[in-house]
Design a protein around this ligand. Sequence first.
Ligand code: ADP
Ligand code: 5GP
Length: 188
Amino acid sequence: MAHLIVITGPSGVGKGTLITLLRERIASVRLSISATTREPRQGERDGVDYHFLADDAFDVLIAEGAFAEHARYAGKQYGTLLTELDERDGAEDVIVLEIELQGARQIRQSMPSALQVFIAPPSFDSLRERLVRRGTDSAQTIDERLAVAREELGAQDEFSEVIVNDNLDNAVEALERLVQGQLRGAID
Ligand code: ADP
Ligand code: 5GP
């Protein structure tokens, strides 16, 4: 079975950016494609960025026990399908789950050997700036996400590994070190 790495942190902190850069550095890193009931953003593709589902289809999958974890975030459902955690992946492979706090807690319970990394912003204001600059969300959505972010930031002490994404190069370097450590079987 592959190594599982959970990457969590508030919306806009740079999780997606860091994972893209991590995948350029470590070829064996694969991203689990989550299911969600939110609308696709411009340019997002079904089955590539997410499995985009209607609410009732998502509920059927919950009832069938198809999720490793699932949670409601800003009024929408998100979840990791067990089929994304393919047991054919080998010990050299890394599967990254980019998920929010409640899902990270569920995985901590069910898969305690997974490495959990919290990505923190240099400041709360930088989150708003990044969400505005990203340009993918309405002002109302940004406010909703920032309200959730306050709670998420309050939970970062639960995580033994916290990376502050201030300078992007330093942050990706730190993430790569953690993942390489996990692959070697020892975190230093
Ligand atoms: P998340 O996946 O956590 O929601 P994104 O990866 O989409 O966040 O990043 C949000 C925005 O912040 C993007 O526009 C991205 O280019 C920018 N960003 C990411 N990391 C940094 C950084 N270290 N410094 C400044 N801007 C950043
Ligand atoms: P977004 O709508 O910006 O793509 O994602 C919103 C939040 O949902 C982010 O914090 C993201 O990490 C989280 N998320 C994405 N996929 C999953 C998932 O499968 N499970 C959980 N619990 N959260 C997810």
